[in-house]
Design a protein around this ligand. Sequence first.
Ligand code: PMT
Length: 221
Amino acid sequence: APPPRLAGRRLLVSAGPTFEDIDPVRFIGNRSSGKMGFAVAAAARAMGAQVTLVAGPVSLPTPPGVRRIDVRRAAQMRDAVLAELPGHDIYLGAAAVADYTPAETLPQKIKKSGETLAITLVRTADILAEVAAHPQRPRLVVGFAAETQDMEAYARDKLHRKGLDLIAANDVGRAGQGFECDDNALSVFWRDGRHDIAHGPKSRVARDLLSLVAERLEALR
Ligand code: PMT
């Protein structure tokens, strides 16, 4: 039998949301469950890769044989990803990282007072773009794009702007796929190509995505 397609490869994958704390009891989060990134980690391991999983706050078991690092905030996810980067052949960013975080996290619970409350948010670092521009850049950098309209145009813009090799776009405005649920469908774009992965369980979608990743990695030689 031929060796599994990712034998000897080292994959770093991010998964889940980030939680940006406002005060000791409140945070800004998003609807990511981590299921897509965890499915990628499990499928990559089954295909022979050595897998490091950087996980935001999710309630999912660690796939067998996968090394897992738990984080909460976008800044912590960035630090963990950059610390783990050296030696990895592939980075795959499946996490839904916060684009903005509170300018300050208050040490005490905010008390109810006025009729309105304003919280100032500041931009976070773009982990994916930093990985793609890093001196120790993995040979293949794969992003995700969560879109609700004009999927191909927005995904291709992220592909070029962030300096990626591949981008996997999902339509998160459709019921029964994307955030939280067990199924997904992807349209994967690269500079001169496109491959659609049909709707189905995230485990199968992850396997199909990784077959394409293995193919693109082989094409780099
Ligand atoms: O977790 P699930 O419930 O299974 O849902 C799966 C998913 C919908 C979250 C997943 O399939 C997905 O689309 N993940 C990316 C979500 C996202 O943040 O998309 P985006 O278009 O906003 O970001 C584009 C890319 O930049 C992503 O690879 C993201 O990880 C990365 N990014 C974004 C912002 C930031 N500060 N740093 C980043 O690295």
